[in-house]
Design a binder for this molecule. Structure first.
Ligand code: SAH
Ligand code: SF4
Length: 358
């Protein structure tokens, strides 16, 4: 028997499956082109967008106002994404952390955090991360791949459906570096913001970056009022280089200038995230440098309790030290708060649930 004869049908099927595109990752233009190819009128694009973003259907058959022939043609050429829950942990504080799997079996984490009438989602923009921050569980595992806009949106949709209520805010603070996946992140933010998506106000959509400067500049030119957070973790170059080797090439001096331009251009107040690590970035000298970096600039500092990563040498600083940081920053006119840690009992640091199940 010729092995080729046996293999051929399977190969063809595989290629076909790979060629199918996630309908939600198509731009408006690509969707219109696809509809032209399928001989459909332009208004179908609006109908399809409403099904995939507003109503969140998981099957082409549910798109009941499309002709049957179009539903069949779409099913043959496209997929609708969708997620599969591998694990869910519930915290005593009401937060829920999910490990979600996509069609190709890549998995990411996301968290839903309810508070009164609000529901905030912490979403991932990549599976893994290539930036290699020394204190981060995701960083230690490296990058698997970037997510599509649809996959980022799907995490939020999943949390909305699981809690059965409206999502009021999203922070891109799960796994991955959003600015290493800029286009998909922006497309997802726009869908989350759009009235035909989830209708979440732009100010309640936050991107957190480790500090990729060209993308901070690009972000500052986007028309929407999205919120920016920058992971600083030290205002001393050698400490930051050791903690965050992936952004070594972007010096603190350049970051300082880029953030100044950002504030000037947008008039918006960015947040600096600073996870206090005992004996690493919690000294008086580090605090002085942090005060100097922030003084007289438009910013807010979030002092974060370090989440302990199993096997890591880093330990959180004491709560007393965190209070001292906030007081000293306030004394030089810098607004600072201690970020309340959510889901401390559910492996809440990004990458931890995934690592535990690996
Ligand atoms: N890559 C982006 C966004 C994802 S990480 C960034 O780095 O900003 C989201 C936040 O979690 C960042 O501020 C990151 O520094 C922080 N973080 C990572 N590991 C942590 C840990 N073990 N404890 C506390 N914060 C952590
Ligand atoms: Fe990546 Fe952010 Fe983790 Fe650094 S902290 S490794 S940039 S996810």
């Amino acid at each position: 028997m010729q092995p080729k004869d046996v293999l051929e049908p399977m190969d063809t099927k595989d290629v076909k499956a790979r060629e199918k595109r996630d309908l939600r990752s198509l731009s408006k233009k690509e969707l219109s082109e696809l509809l032209v190819e399928l001989g459909q009128p332009a208004f179908r694009a609006k109908q399809i967008e409403s099904w995939i973003w507003e109503k969140g259907v998981s099957s082409f058959d549910d798109m009941t106002n499309l002709p049957k022939s179009l539903r069949v043609a779409l099913a043959q050429t496209c997929t609708l994404g969708g997620v599969h829950v591998i694990a869910c942990q519930r915290s005593t504080d009401g937060s829920r952390k999910y490990l979600l799997e996509f069609e190709d079996h890549t998995s990411v984490e996301c968290v839903g955090m309810p508070s009164g009438q609000r529901l905030t989602v912490c979403a991932s923009t990549q599976a893994g991360c290539g930036m290699g921050c020394a204190f981060c569980a995701t960083g230690s595992a490296g990058l698997t791949r970037s997510l599509t806009a649809g996959e980022i949106f799907d995490q939020v949709a999943h949390v909305r459906d699981d809690f059965g209520c409206r999502v009021t805010g999203v922070v891109m603070m799960g796994q991955g570096e959003p600015f290493a996946n800029y286009d998909a992140t922006l497309a997802a933010l726009r869908k989350l913001n759009s009235p035909t998506g989830m209708g979440i106000g732009a100010r309640h959509l936050t991107v957190s970056t480790c500090g990729i400067i060209p993308m901070i500049t690009r972000f500052s030119k986007e028309p929407e009022q999205f919120t920016l957070a920058v992971s600083l973790h030290s205002a001393v170059q050698r400490t930051r280089d050791a903690l965050m080797p992936g952004v070594k090439r972007y010096s603190l001096l350049r970051l300082y200038d880029a953030m100044g331009e950002y504030a000037q251009r947008t008039g918006r107040r960015p947040t600096y995230e600073y996870a206090l690590i005992r004996g690493v970035n919690d000294s008086d000298e580090e605090l002085t440098y942090l005060c100097d970096f922030c003084r007289d600039t438009l910013c807010h500092v979030n002092i974060i309790q370090l989440n302990e990563v199993p096997g890591s040498k880093f330990q959180p600083a004491t709560p007393r030290r965190a209070n001292e940081f906030v007081r000293r920053l306030a004394s030089v006119g810098v607004e600072a708060t201690i970020r309340q840690s959510r889901g401390a009992d559910i492996d809440a640091a990004c990458g931890q649930l995934k690592q535990r199940l690996a």
